[in-house]
Design a protein around this ligand. Structure first.
Ligand SMILES: [Zn+2]
Ligand SMILES: [Zn+2]
Length: 252
């Protein structure tokens, strides 16, 4: 069994703890150190439970607290070399991996998969422990065939549903930013998320919508759109509701 604690998700910070009975990893550390420790406390995770911090890419909403937490809890930071070299994490022990080359961390087998995003070498992660698997895929302008294949096999998919197309186009952002967000190396819209989920519909896979924009989306808009596109009941589509909200999910 894998427990997934979503401690923060969105442009203010992204942080997930993936836990099994034999070990735990943090995936992204986008909140500051103090806040991360506070949120870990709410789900009963301590720094000593963690084996490493994995970082998906160097954007600050994914690495803000990584250096502080790594030093405080004596954890290695794992990322591909391009990501590690561009991340502001200070002096920490770094364990590089290569995109598309699965590796072992804690008791998980981790497959780092490329995403399509305006960072040096951004990754999604497919994590396996025994028979359970979790995909964490955010910050991608498109869902690639490899990401969709991972989503098809995962017991739990934590997938970006970043923006409502109308809210983005009618909203206050300048045109260049709208183009960046909606482009192929930006973020995934609610509709694109729903279409991808529909294409990869599996037996009992659980779904969690992640990295919702606070300016160009709402939890209701994301859930409604993904429900409409996929036919999944709205009550079975979860996401964080507000800043400070968190969730514990299970993949069996
Ligand atoms: Zn990003
Ligand atoms: Zn992000």
């Amino acid at each position: 069994m894998i427990e997934v604690h979503v401690l923060a998700s969105g442009s203010d910070g992204n942080c997930i703890v993936v836990q099994s009975p034999e070990g735990s990893l943090m995936v992204d550390a986008g909140m500051n150190g103090r806040r991360t420790v506070e949120m870990m406390g709410r789900v009963g995770v301590s720094g000593g439970d963690l084996s490493a911090i994995l970082v998906s890419h160097e954007h600050v909403d994914h690495v803000r607290g990584a250096g502080v937490l790594a030093r405080r809890f004596k954890l290695p930071v794992m990322g591909n070399r391009n990501t590690l070299s561009r991340s502001e994490i200070g002096c920490v022990r770094q364990l590089p991996f290569s995109t598309n080359e699965p590796f072992a961390a804690a008791c998980f087998e981790v497959a780092p998969l490329p995403t399509s995003h305006d960072a040096a070498e951004p990754n999604a992660f497919l994590l396996r422990h025994k028979d359970a698997s979790v995909l964490i895929a955010t910050d991608t302008g498109v869902m690639t065939p490899a990401l969709e294949e991972a989503m098809r096999t995962a017991d739990l998919a934590v997938v970006e549903s970043n923006y409502d197309e109308r809210m983005l186009s009618d909203g206050p952002y300048p045109a260049y930013l709208k183009r960046r967000i909606s482009g192929d190396v930006g973020h995934l819209s609610n509709i694109a998320c729903g279409e991808s989920v529909k294409r990869t519909m599996g037996n009992g896979r659980k779904l969690f919508l992640a990295h919702l924009s606070k300016n160009n989306n709402t939890p209701d808009a994301a859930r409604d759109t993904v429900a409409r596109v996929t036919g999944i009941k709205r009550m079975n589509i979860d996401c964080l509701e507000f800043i400070g909200d968190y969730r514990t999910l299970r993949a069996l």
